[in-house]
Design a binder for this molecule. Structure first.
Ligand code: THU
Length: 136
């Protein structure tokens, strides 16, 4: 059961969040993916003095997953500061869409001083465009 791995995903997201490079926003984010190979891949946000060149934590985690040889996201857990759930930005919803095992994968967004919000990719990105539109 994927749910049973949420403690592991939370721990991985929090461990890598501590390494975030976010000197401008000071908003440190971690993301942990449970991939189709059963392994956990994680990433943090990496900002840049040229602001648009920054990477979100989700993008970093996807890069780690692909580099590690996995192909699909089975579940993803995002952690950040504060009480409000740290939900993926619009661009990252589309990035997750590219690699999601199904449209129904669970996305957990957690501002660690509050409660986690558990939702699905389909709810976060309805009527989405994806690889199958291009024959993939
Ligand atoms: N950020 C993420 O890494 N993921 C999210 O889900 C929300 C926002 C980062 C981008 C930027 O480095 C900082 O948080 C503030 O927006």
């Amino acid at each position: 059961m994927t749910e049973s791995r949420d403690a592991e995903l939370f721990a991985a997201a929090e461990a890598i969040r501590a390494k975030a490079y976010a000197p401008y926003s000071k908003f440190h984010v971690g993301a942990a993916i449970l991939a189709d190979d059963g392994k956990v891949y994680s990433g943090c946000n990496i900002e840049n003095a040229a602001y648009p060149q920054g990477n979100c934590a989700e993008a970093s985690a996807i890069a780690a997953m692909i580099a590690g040889g996995a192909k699909k996201i089975r579940r993803i857990y995002v952690t950040g500061p504060g009480v409000a759930p740290v939900t993926p930005c619009g661009g990252c919803r589309q990035r997750i869409r590219e690699f999601a095992e199904t449209l129904d994968i669970t996305v957990i967004s957690h501002g660690v001083d509050g409660a986690p919000l558990e939702t699905t990719l389909a709810a976060l990105l309805p009527h989405s465009f994806g690889p199958e539109y291009l024959g993939k």
